[in-house]
Design a protein around this ligand. Structure first.
Ligand SMILES: [Fe+2]
Ligand SMILES: [Fe+2]
Length: 200
């Protein structure tokens, strides 16, 4: 099964800046994604994207929502149409005339799978947060206190343990950090306290 998108243009330049309203995005999210674990993953990534836009880039509330929306919908088709991931959500958002930067970020969240290179900072951070967020959440589930007291060292230990969350690609995580120009340690330290606030 190939998920290669075989295209490099997403959305129409005229639609730049166009977004779904929060209720529209939430409706789509609930219509398409029924699996609570996947919902939580998408919410966690959405929150990390928003925090990065706000705290690191100091973007406006409007721009923060673009980042958050990319995170919130990046796996929207994975639950019901995994063989069409992420073609289906991109085509749907194109019909809704969503901003090309959001579409591009979704299309490049797994360059090894979709064949689309992350270029913008939004692209790169979505790619960087995606897998690592999943591993850190898996780690929280095996700790008695969840996120409480979780530290960098513990996460790095789990990363080295290839059998832990074995479906999380360590190569993708390294590749994503390199592309984003961010140290793995810094990324982990950014994720832990912020992700901890997004509860199941
Ligand atoms: Fe995905
Ligand atoms: Fe994801």
């Amino acid at each position: 099964m190939s998920l290669q998108l075989n295209r490099s243009q997403f959305g129409h330049p005229d639609n730049f800046g166009r977004v779904l309203s929060r209720p529209e995005a939430e409706n789509l999210f609930h219509d398409w994604v029924k699996n609570p674990r996947l919902q939580l993953h998408m919410r966690q990534v959405a929150h990390l994207m928003k925090c990065w836009a706000a705290e690191t880039l100091h973007l406006s509330a409007e721009e923060q929502w673009r980042w958050e929306m990319a995170g919130l919908l990046h796996d929207a088709d994975w639950d019901q149409w995994p063989e069409q991931h992420c073609r289906k959500i991109i085509e749907h958002l194109e019909q809704l005339q969503v901003s090309p930067d959001i579409l591009r970020a979704i299309a490049s969240h797994g360059p090894a799978h979709f064949g689309v290179e992350p270029v913008s900072e939004m692209d790169k951070m979505l790619y960087a947060f995606d897998e690592l967020s999943g591993l850190i959440h898996a780690y929280s589930l095996m700790r008695p206190g969840g996120y409480e007291g979780m530290d960098l060292k513990g996460v790095k230990k789990r990363l080295k343990e290839k059998s832990f969350a074995a479906n999380v690609s360590r190569d993708d995580i390294d590749d994503a950090c390199q592309r984003a120009g961010i140290l793995l340690d810094d990324l982990i330290a950014f994720i832990i306290p912020r992700q901890a606030t997004v509860a199941a």
